[in-house]
Design a protein around this ligand. Structure first.
Ligand SMILES: Nc1ncnc2c1ncn2[C@@H]1O[C@H](COP(=O)(O)OP(=O)(O)OP(=O)(O)O)[C@@H](O)[C@H]1O
Ligand SMILES: [Mg+2]
Length: 595
């Protein structure tokens, strides 16, 4: 799928996204699917009022500080629970107590009047169990005491004055049974209370948490995906349409542009999706279908108010999930972070560009020479051609030869200028298949004269059949230029006859290619561990950005760069790049002649 992560872009099923679509689903497999599904899935969680976005959140009202209080929301939760649920519980409790009193009186009557010789008093345990349903400790204890008294009273009424025998034994058994039942019911009550307290605690954390968190019902998506549909754009669209928010905290509501949690609950987030959301969902569904229980994905939504924002989603399936009925999603608004990253990347590109232009400035003489050579040749051939033409019998063959040479030299000059223009331009990074041997040869052409005038002898040693790499040509050229210029500068104090520069390129391990620049300069001083730190320089007019830029470029190419001192003096810098993965052997130019 080719969605554009921001702005307008194509959507699955041939529809086009514009931010204006955000108010309504822009997916198109089943236009009215949401309405249909909303009817089926609409299940508002038992939430209570909580409105007003926290100050500082993107959707916060201007006077957000006055309106938001997480504690107030949590407090309101509790009050609402008290008013609705507790009233019901209280009435239910009354009912159970009345029922229990009736039952106890019935058992007592049966115990006194019945001619049966059984332990009727044991039946009082059912009274305790009944009162236990009120989930209150005092009624249970009072019921236990009352039942014990009734059992003793029943015994006295039927067997007063009789010698102690089996009736007394039956009374004892009944009292023990009552006691055990009471202890068990009280223990169960304590467990229920603890569970309720934990639930309340988690509810408070959920509601008052400052980070967006919501619970979604993805059972519709689960059903669809587990029917074996391929995870393509349309399936994802339908699956997402079938997913509904079951519960959400205020921060989540505010993130999506709602003032109250209830406004988000029951919705499908489909209507707030962007093309980037669909891309992320494909990855999320794929991960979940492959058995992941937690997935992290960056994506983009558009809020109800039309604000597009980047979000980092953490989608978690609880261990006891029942067909993705309760998917927990946490979101972090990373819009600002993304913008900062983009600004940083732009600054890095700009810095690299400035550094390249600086290098070109240093190489101006060399470049001028490089361009001048074919121009001089062009002029010479043009004059020759003119002379051949000026003869009494013009020699067409010689003139043609001259014209061919003029063309070749002009093309050569044009190539050099094009290469320099590429380096000078601040163009976008473009990764393509690159032959390192060609890149090295072209780069050396730019510094060739500079080296010659400084008495540096250059040796080029490139392994044959070197596979290509993937990368940005201008950036990789910049790395090599940096190393070459540094090497030349490091050799300025070396006696001329010992100024040697060797450039090697060879396979390293199985999947990498190394490019090595070896010089006979002053070498690395001890403690120069921070060579790659921005602005580290030992040069009077150095900026100290050369290696920092090299390292950033290598990072962007999944490569590495390192430096070491040579045993016999000087330093060696080597950068390593991964080979192009689908490389077919035999595609490179082979050995480049040694200079
Ligand atoms: N071939 C080398 N031999 C010895 N030391 C070197 C060599 N190349 C670089 N260095 C050391 O590393 C330091 C950092 O180099 P880097 O290219 O990052 O910055 P710079 O050359 O000082 O300035 P600029 O930003 O203009 O390139 C240099 O100042 C120098 O001390
Ligand atoms: Mg440098």
């Amino acid at each position: 799928m080719a969605f554009s992560p921001n702005g307008s872009g194509p959507l699955p099923c041939g529809r086009t996204y514009t931010p204006a679509h955000a108010s309504r689903s822009h997916f198109g497999c089943l236009p009215d699917l949401e309405d249909l599904l909303r009817g089926v899935f609409f299940e508002r969680a038992n939430l209570t009022e909580g409105s007003g976005c926290p100050p500082g959140t993107p959707e916060a009202p201007p006077d957000g500080a006055a309106r938001f209080s997480a504690r107030r929301v949590a407090g309101r939760d509790r009050e609402a629970h008290m008013s609705d649920e507790d009233n019901g519980e209280y009435r239910k409790g009354h009912f159970f107590i009345l029922l229990a009193i009736g039952l106890a009186l019935g058992i007592c009557t049966l115990d006194i009047l019945s001619p049966l010789q059984g332990a009727v008093a044991v039946l009082y345990t059912s009274v305790i169990v009944l009162v236990g349903l009120t989930h209150r400790q005092a009624p249970i204890v009072m019921a236990a005491a009352g039942c014990a008294s009734l059992a003793i009273a029943g015994y006295c009424a039927s067997h007063w004055g009789a010698p102690l025998g089996s009736p007394a034994m039956r009374l004892g058994v009944s009292l023990v049974a009552l006691m055990i039942t009471t202890v068990l019911v009280l223990r169960q009550l304590r467990e229920v209370e603890e569970r309720e307290r934990a639930d309340a605690r988690y509810r408070t954390i959920f509601a008052a948490g400052g980070f967006p968190i919501w619970e979604s019902d993805w059972s519709g998506a689960h059903g669809l995906l587990h029917k074996g549909h391929p995870i393509d754009a349309c399936t994802v669209e339908l699956a997402f349409a079938a997913a509904f928010v079951k519960n959400a905290n205020l921060a989540a509501a505010c993130l999506f542009g709602f003032e109250r949690r209830e406004d988000l609950v029951g919705r499908s987030l489909l209507e707030l999706a962007t093309p980037a959301t669909s891309e992320a969902l494909v990855r999320i569904y794929e991960a979940l279908m492959h058995g992941a229980s937690s997935v992290e994905e960056e994506t983009r939504f558009v809020s109800r108010t039309g604000r597009e924002f980047d979000i980092l989603l953490q989608v978690t399936i609880p261990p006891d999930h029942d067909g993705w009925k309760r998917i927990l999603i946490m979101g972090a608004d990373i819009t600002e972070r993304k913008r900062a990253q983009e600004r940083l990347a732009a600054a890095q590109i700009e810095l690299a560009h400035i550094s390249r232009v600086t290098i070109l400035g240093e190489l101006a003489a060399s470049i001028a020479h490089e361009v001048n050579q074919p121009l001089t040749a062009t002029i010479t051939y043009a004059r020759s051609a003119a002379r051949w033409l000026a003869r009494e019998a013009p020699d067409a063959h010689e003139v043609s030869e001259c014209l061919s040479a003029i063309t070749a030299n002009a093309e050569r000059a044009a190539q050099v200028i094009a290469r320099i223009r590429d380096l000078a331009r601040n163009s976008d990074v473009r990764h393509a298949q690159i032959s390192l041997s060609t890149l090295i040869a072209e780069t050396l052409e730019l510094v060739q004269r500079e080296m010659t005038t400084k008495g540096v002898t250059l040796t080029l040693n490139i392994e044959s059949d070197l596979p290509p790499v993937t990368g940005d040509k201008v950036q990789l050229q910049q790395v090599l230029l940096n190393l070459l210029i540094n090497a030349r500068q490091a050799m300025l104090d070396t006696p001329e006859e010992r100024r040697h520069l060797t450039v090697r390129a060879f396979r390293k391990a199985e999947k990498h290619i190394a490019v090595e620049v070896h010089d006979t300069g002053h070498g690395l001083a001890a403690g120069q561990d921070n060579l790659f730190t921005p602005f580290f320089t030992t040069k009077r007019d150095g900026m100290g950005m050369g290696f920092a830029i090299c390292r950033t470029i290598m990072g962007q190419h999944e490569g590495s760069i390192e430096a070491r001192s040579n045993a016999k003096g000087g330093a060696t810098f080597v950068f390593v790049l991964p080979m192009k993965t689908d490389h077919v052997h035999g595609g490179s130019e082979g050995l480049v002649p040694q200079h």
